[in-house]
Write a protein that binds this ligand. Sequence first.
Ligand SMILES: Nc1ncnc2c1ncn2[C@@H]1O[C@H](COP(=O)(O)OP(=O)(O)OP(=O)(O)O)[C@@H](O)[C@H]1O
Ligand SMILES: [Mg+2]
Length: 229
Amino acid sequence: MGAAAIDLHGVAFHWPGRGAFGLSIPSLTVAPGETVLLLGDSGSGKSTLLSLICGTVVAQSGTVAVAGTDLAGLSGAGRDRHRADHVGVIFQQFNLLPFGTVQDNILLPLRFAPNRRQRCPDPRKTAAQLCAALGLPDGVLVQRAASLSVGQQQRVAVARALIGQPPILVADEPTSALDETSQAQFLDLLFGQVAAQGSTLVMVSHDPRMAPRFDRVLSMADVIQKGAA
Ligand SMILES: Nc1ncnc2c1ncn2[C@@H]1O[C@H](COP(=O)(O)OP(=O)(O)OP(=O)(O)O)[C@@H](O)[C@H]1O
Ligand SMILES: [Mg+2]
């Protein structure tokens, strides 16, 4: 069997400062191609856990291995490069460049990710195909990101995460701003793309209604023990 897509062991992390929030995760493994929904209340540490997987924060102890690489063995710049190549991230707040065009935003991850760039020989064409697959209107590529509706911006964030087919996708409450019908459509499109690319998907949410779509559903309570204050 190949290496796990994501493998956490004996992880302890706390934000800096006295009495700061902490997580401890005895073990969490996600197989390549698996789709996992992680449910938890607001403040339970879902985004913090995704930051550990992305390598934007580093555990004080334990192992966080992503796409077969132990992140603790990499420098900050090394973790950034590793994330750019292996992990497509859909942030809770989208993190689009508001004054950039949709195309600028979608192509951005390729700048830092040689492997993703290689898988995407014609980036503009791929960006247009992703926009069409995600139900964005024609002509959207040249519009400023800030001029789109919130639901459209969420789709742009997904296109940016998918471009260059990163093996792992991490999504932080990507449907929070959508009504139920738009949410269902959005998930159809996202899962269609995930299936087409064979990606591993870890999505966090506090909304259990989407659970049936996933291979596995975990609660933060199952995954963590609260870290010591
Ligand atoms: N950058 C940070 N610095 C210090 N503490 C932080 C930081 N980010 C989050 N925290 C703390 O970590 C705890 C968990 O926050 P986190 O954002 O991981 O929760 P969440 O489950 O994603 O919540 P939500 O559903 O509201 O997005 C909170 O108590 C928060 O104050
Ligand atoms: Mg969060």
